[in-house]
Design a protein around this ligand. Structure first.
Ligand SMILES: C[S@@+](CC[C@H](N)C(=O)[O-])C[C@H]1O[C@@H](n2cnc3c(N)ncnc32)[C@H](O)[C@@H]1O
Length: 298
């Protein structure tokens, strides 16, 4: 009998991909297909960079390495936990973040706008102060701080556990001097001054959808996903108070995800620009301070 061919990164990825497809996993936490999910996990287990060349992809792996891959791949299938919770890390706007199941897996399409420095909507040179509401892992506030190196950022959350993760990510990206965390309900106290940009990816999934969600989502904190009032509860409160916290030319950038049509219907008097994204996703709305100022305080 011929000796078994040793596994390579390529063969391990292809095998994991086939198993993920057979197991009918759900992909919505940073990847959207079985191949990318397999690459994410196999490369993590082997400690490979995503841009390793063909020679590395096709070189033989030890039995111990193959066993590492097997452990991760089986855990993904058995537990249905998002891959980022198994590896403890995720990329957002080109930066690496620590994640655990106290925080949402970073995936907001706001990343695309951060990388483009909110052009053409924001006067980039005028962005001095930024607020990130519901910061979770800190990904949006941190990526914004890195995109605007002269700006200061406040980031809020009501989850003390999430803020511990955010604090570690702030240290990782050496932003302690420019990024301040606040354990508060939505907005920090007004003493922080007016913001040029308010960024928010609040919970917006209607409670009624909980039972229909793929199992992967149920590993994320409920506080990060669900909102009362058909998903609109927090968005209403952000809209009601945002104008009073923005500079005259300031903008609110909201990730309303799949709830965006309900937001549009609930606020017919508001001019919301729903951005056409180049890299996929929808539900990102941009609203100017003057429009928000016309809404009644709630
Ligand atoms: C959808 S997650 C977004 C996390 C992160 N910004 C991201 O994009 O990955 C929503 C976050 O809002 C936080 N949150 C929920 N209710 C809040 C409130 N009333 N005030 C501040 N943060 C809140 C949750 O704990 C969670 O971290």
């Amino acid at each position: 009998m011929a000796p078994a061919t040793p596994a390579t990164a390529r063969s391990l990825v292809l095998r994991a991909e086939r198993r993920f497809k057979r197991a009918r996993l759900y992909f919505g936490h940073g990847t959207d297909n079985a191949r990318d999910e397999a690459v994410f996990l196999v490369f993590h287990a082997l400690g490979l960079p995503f841009d390793c060349g063909d020679a590395v992809l096709d070189s033989p792996r030890t039995a111990a390495e193959a066993a590492e891959v097997e452990a991760l791949v089986s855990a993904r299938i058995r537990t249905r936990r998002p891959a980022a919770y198994l590896t403890g890390r995720m990329w957002f706007a080109g930066h690496e973040f620590e994640v655990n199941d106290d925080v949402l897996v970073p995936r907001s399409p706001i990343a695309e706008l951060i990388l483009g420095r909110f052009q053409p909507w924001a006067a980039a040179t005028e962005v001095h102060r930024i607020l990130d509401i519901g910061t979770g892992s800190g990904c949006i506030g941190i990526a914004a701080a890195l995109a605007f190196p002269a700006a200061t950022v406040d980031a809020t959350d009501i989850s003390a556990e999430a803020l511990k993760v955010a604090a570690r990510n702030i240290t990782r990206h050496r932003l302690e001097a420019r990024l301040q965390l606040h354990l508060v309900d939505l907005f920090p106290p007004p003493v922080t001054g007016a913001y040029d940009l308010i960024l928010a990816n609040p919970p917006y999934v209607p409670e009624s959808e909980r039972a229909d969600l793929p199992e992967e989502y149920l590993h994320e904190p409920a506080l990060a996903l669900f909102a009362a009032d058909q998903g609109l509860a927090l968005i209403r409160r952000i809209f009601a108070r945002a104008a009073s916290r923005l500079t005259a030319q300031g903008l609110l950038v909201l990730d309303a995800g799949g709830t965006w049509p309900e937001v549009e219907a609930a606020f017919p008097e508001l001019t919301i620009l729903w951005v056409e994204l180049q890299h996929g996703g929808d539900g990102i709305g941009i609203i100017g301070r003057s429009d928000l100022a016309r809404l009644p305080l709630q």
